[in-house]
Ligand binder design. Structure first.
Ligand code: PEP
Ligand code: MG
Length: 757
C-alpha cells in the first residue's frame, strides 16, 4: 500500500521536481530519499551506492542516523543490502531481523524498524546500488509498492551513472578498467577467438526517464513495437532461407518461440501502464524488463529462465528502436568477441558472422539456446564467468579460449603472442587433417578401423562430411528433446530422424534412445528430485516405467527408417531383462506398423550400451539378446571407479588408462569375439589419441568420438602397426613391467613407433 495521497505517478512527479531543482548532489539525494519515504509511507528511506571496491556505502538517508552517512558499509553479498546487490533482485520482508542474511549496523540506529523493502538500482544489468525503505510496523509491501520503489531506483541509478555523486565518497565510484583480467569459466564451445570486445548489453542506456506527454510516448511505443515485430519476422525468414534446413532446424524452433514473445500483448500492455505513470517509452520498457528479470530469475524452472533471455533480447531491440541506436558490430574490419551477461539466440545472428570470433556469456550452459546457435556458427564460447561484463569495455582486446575455458581480457603482449601462435598451429593442423579426409583409416599392417562420430543436433551433421567419419556411432536423441520448448510429437521426431538419415547419405547411424533423467532435464517434463540423480531414475529405467514416451520414439524411428537400416541402442542397461522389455515394446510397434500397412526399415538392429558394471557379469546372456553392443566409457568408468564424471575435484584422480579399467574393456572384446557380436565404443576416451591407442591395443576396431577428434585419430591409425600395439598393450595390462604406469607404456610405444599424439 502506498502512502497517503501518493501513487507511482505522484512519486515520479516529486522525483522529477527534485531532479530539476538547482541543488548540490548531497542535498538532492537527501531531498529524494525524503520524497520517497513520504510517498511510500515509510519512516526510513536510504540509498547505498556501490563503490569500485564492491562495497555498498550509505550515501543518503531519511530516518536513519545522519552520522552514519558515508560511514556505514556492506560488501556485495553481505547483509540484506549486499544480498540485493549480489542477486539483483528485491527483498520484501515483514520482519527484516528474521532473514538469515540480516546484519545489524549499530551506527544507523535501525533497530527501531521492523519491515524492510529493498530494490537494486540497476543500470545496463548491473546493480549500481540499493534503495531501501523501512517501517516501524511489521508489514509486507504489496507488489504495487515494489514496482513504485523500482521506478524510484531507476531515477537514482541515473543519478549515480551521471557521475553527480562521485565526489561524495572518500573512495572513487569508478571501476578500474585498465589491468589484465584472466578468468576461468565453463567450456561451452571449442576453439580460440581473438578480437576486440563488443559489449552486448550496456550500449542501451535510457537517457530520458520522464515523459512530457503520455500520448506522444504511447505512439512512439506503438511504432517501435511494430518495427521490432517486422524485424523479427524478417530475421526469421532470412534464417529459414539461409540454412536450407541443413543446420537450421534447431535454432529455427528456438526463434519461433521467440517470435511468440514479440507478439505477446501482455508484455506491451505492461509497458503502456508504465508510460501512463509518467515514464518515457524507453524508460517504461526498461522498467518492465527489470520486473520480468526479477520475477523470472526467482523461478527454478529452466524453461522459464530460458524465456527470460528471449524477453531481455526483445526489450533491448525495442529500446534500440526507441532511441535510434543500431546494433554495434565492432569497428570496421576488426575481428570481435561478443561479451554478454545473457543473450537471446536471435541477437547473436545480428552480428557480422564474418568477423565474429567468440562469445563470452555470464549466464549460460551448454544447452542454452544461444550456445547452441553459437556452436552452429562455429565460434568459441566460454560461460559462467560472473561479473565479467562489468570489467570489460568496448574495444578492449580479449582472448576467449573455448578449449581450456579461459578468458584473457587486455592480455599482456606475451600471452597475446602465444595465442596467435596457437591459432596458426591449429590452422596448420586443420589443413593436415583435411588432407586425410578421404583417405581410409587403416593401420600400416592393414587393419581397418571404423571412426565414427558422436552427434545429437542437426548442426552436427555437417561435420559428418567435413570430418570424413564413417558414420554416426552415437546419436544422442535426448539433445533434440532438451532444446525443444515442449515434447516433440511423433511426426516431428520422425521428420527429425529422417533428416539425420538423409544427411548421413547412406552412412550408418546408431540412434540411442532417450537418455534423460540425471542432469539431462527436460524443461517441460516433471521429473523427481533424487539425492544421486546419476544413479537414479533415468534413461531405460524411466522408459520402462513410462512406456508411452518410449513407444513414441520407437514409432518415430521405425517410420523415419522405412526402406533403410535402423540401428537403435539402449542407454544405462543394468539387467539383461530390461532389453527383453524394450524388445517386446519394439515388436509391438513393428506389428502395429505392419497392421496399418506401413512399410518397415530394411533391417532393424537392437543393441545395448555397456555403461553399468553389472553387465560385466552378464556378458554371455547379453550377447545372446542383442545385435551389437556399444561401450559407454564415460558412465562405465564413473560407475566402476565410483567417481563422478562431472566433479572437478576428481577430474585428475583416477585414470581410465589404468589396468583395472583396461582389463574390463578387454573382457568385453573377448565376450564379443566368443559370440561374434559387433562391438562399438563411444565416450570421451575414444577421442583422445593416447587413450584410443590403448583401446586399439585391447581389441576395439570401431570407436565413436566428437568431430574434432576424427582427424587426429585417423592420423594416428595410419601411422601405427597394430601387431606391435596389440602385443605391447596386452603384455603391459597383464603385468606391470618395471613399475611403469599404463600411461608411460603408451607414451613409450607412441614414441618408438613415431605415432603423433
Ligand atoms: C557414455 O556414458 O560414455 C556415453 C557415451 O553416454 P553419455 O556421455 O551421453 O552419458
Ligand atoms: Mg552414458
Amino acid at each position: 500500500m502506498l502512502g497517503q495521497g501518493t501513487g507511482p505517478r505522484v512519486l515520479l512527479k516529486y522525483l522529477r521536481e527534485a531532479m530539476a531543482e538547482p541543488l548540490g548532489p548531497q542535498e538532492r539525494l537527501d531531498r529524494i530519499v525524503q520524497q520517497i519515504a513520504a510517498a511510500m509511507g515509510a519512516q526510513v528511506c536510504s540509498v547505498y551506492v556501490r563503490r569500485a571496491d564492491d562495497v555498498l556505502e550509505l550515501f543518503g538517508t531519511y530516518g536513519l542516523k545522519a552520522e552514519a552517512v558515508h560511514l556505514s558499509q556492506l560488501r556485495v553479498g553481505q547483509g540484506l543490502v549486499g544480498t540485493i546487490a549480489a542477486a539483483g533482485r528485491p527483498l520484501n520482508l515483514a520482519e527484516a531481523e528474521k532473514h538469515p542474511a540480516f546484519a545489524y549496523l549499530p551506527e544507523t540506529g535501525e533497530e527501531l524498524y521492523k519491515s524492510f523493502l529493498g530494490v537494486p538500482m540497476k543500470r545496463a544489468g548491473r546493480a549500481l546500488g540499493v534503495l531501501v525503505v523501512q517501517t516501524t510496523e511489521t508489514k509486507a509491501y504489496e507488489e504495487e509498492d515494489v514496482e513504485a520503489l523500482e521506478t524510484a531506483a531507476m531515477v537514482l541509478s541515473d543519478l549515480v551513472a551521471s557521475g553527480d555523486l562521485k565526489g561524495l565518497s572518500q573512495q572513487g565510484t569508478e571501476l578500474d578498467q585498465s589491468g589484465t583480467v584472466s578468468l576461468s569459466g565453463a567450456k561451452l564451445a571449442p576453439g580460440i577467438g581473438i578480437g576486440q570486445v563488443v559489449l552486448h548489453e550496456p550500449r542501451v542506456v535510457v537517457e530520458h526517464l520522464f515523459g512530457d506527454d503520455e500520448e506522444t510516448e504511447m505512439s512512439r511505443l506503438a511504432i517501435a513495437v511494430q518495427s521490432v515485430r517486422a524485424s523479427v519476422d524478417e530475421m526469421i525468414s532470412r534464417n529459414f532461407n539461409r540454412t536450407d534446413g541443413a543446420d537450421g532446424d534447431d535454432h529455427m524452433e528456438v526463434l519461433e518461440s521467440y517470435r511468440m514473445f514479440a507478439n505477446d500483448r501482455g508484455w506491451v500492455r505492461r509497458i503502456e501502464a508504465a508510460i501512463s505513470q509518467g515514464l518515457t517509452a524507453e524508460a517504461a520498457t526498461e522498467k518492465v524488463s527489470q520486473e520480468n528479470r526479477s520475477r523470472l530469475m526467482r523461478s527454478s524452472d529452466p524453461y522459464l529462465r530460458e524465456r527470460l533471455t528471449d524477453l531481455d533480447d526483445l526489450s533491448r531491440r525495442l529500446m534500440k528502436q526507441l532511441m535510434g541506436d543500431s546494433a554495434t558490430t565492432g569497428n570496421e574490419g576488426e575481428s570481435f568477441v561478443v561479451v554478454a551477461r545473457t543473450m537471446g539466440p536471435a541477437e547473436l545472428l545480428d552480428y557480422d558472422n564474418a568477423k565474429l570470433r567468440g562469445l563470452i556469456i555470464e549466464e549460460a550452459t551448454v544447452s542454452s539456446h544461444v550456445v547452441i546457435v553459437a556452436r552452429a556458427l562455429g565460434i568459441a564460447v566460454v560461460g559462467q564467468v560472473s561479473g565479467f561484463v562489468a570489467r570489460a569495455e568496448n574495444g578492449d582486446r580479449v582472448i576467449v579460449d573455448g578449449d581450456d575455458g579461459v578468458i584473457h581480457l587486455r592480455p599482456p603482449e606475451d600471452v597475446n603472442e602465444s595465442y596467435l601462435e596457437r591459432v596458426k598451429f591449429r590452422a596448420k593442423r586443420e589443413a593436415r587433417f583435411d588432407a586425410l579426409r578421404d583417405k581410409p583409416a587403416v593401420t600400416r599392417d592393414g587393419v581397418d578401423i571404423e571412426l565414427l562420430l558422436n552427434a545429437g543436433l542437426t548442426v552436427d551433421l555437417a561435420q559428418l562430411e567435413h570430418s570424413g567419419a564413417a558414420g554416426i556411432g552415437l546419436f544422442r536423441t535426448e539433445l533434440h528433446f532438451m532444446i525443444a520448448s515442449r515434447l516433440p510429437r511423433v511426426e516431428e521426431q520422425t521428420q527429425f530422424y529422417k533428416s539425420v538419415l538423409d544427411a548421413a547419405g547412406g552412412k550408418p547411424v546408431t540412434f540411442r534412445t532417450l537418455d534423460i533423467g540425471g542432469d539431462k532435464v527436460l524443461p517441460y517434463l516433471r521429473t523427481v528430485t533424487e539425492d544421486n540423480p546419476a544413479l537414479g531414475w533415468r534413461a531405460i529405467r524411466l522408459a520402462i516405467d513410462r512406456p508411452g514416451l518410449m513407444r513414441m520414439q520407437l514409432r518415430a524411428l521405425l517410420q523415419a527408417s522405412v526402406g533403410r537400416q535402423l540401428k537403435i541402442k539402449l542407454p544405462m542397461v543394468t539387467m539383461v531383462t530390461e532389453i527383453d522389455n524394450v524388445r517386446a515394446t519394439l515388436d509391438k510397434e513393428i506389428a502395429a506398423q505392419k497392421k496399418f500397412g506401413h512399410e518397415l526399415p530394411s533391417e532393424i538392429l537392437l543393441g545395448s550400451m555397456i555403461e553399468v558394471p553389472t553387465l560385466m557379469w552378464q556378458l554371455d546372456e547379453l550377447m545372446q539378446r542383442v545385435d551389437f553392443v556399444s561401450v559407454g566409457t564415460n558412465d562405465l568408468f564413473q560407475f566402476m571407479a565410483a567417481s563422478d564424471r562431472s566433479s572437478s575435484y576428481l577430474a585428475n584422480r583416477f585414470n581410465a588408462l589404468s589396468r583395472p579399467f583396461l582389463r574390463a574393456l578387454r573382457e568385453i572384446v573377448r565376450a564379443c569375439e566368443r559370440h561374434n557380436t559387433p562391438l562399438q565404443l563411444c565416450g570421451e576416451l575414444a577421442g583422445d589419441t593416447l587413450s584410443a591407442l590403448a583401446l586399439f591395443g585391447v581389441g576395439y576396431r570401431s570407436i565413436s568420438m566428437p568431430p574434432t577428434s576424427i582427424g587426429p585419430i585417423k592420423e594416428m591409425v595410419r601411422s601405427m602397426n597394430m601387431g606391435v600395439v596389440t602385443d605391447t598393450v596386452n603384455a603391459a595390462i597383464d603385468e606391470s613391467i618395471g613399475g611403469q604406469t599404463m600411461t608411460e607404456v603408451l607414451r613409450d610405444l607412441a614414441d618408438h613407433q613415431g605415432i603423433p599424439l
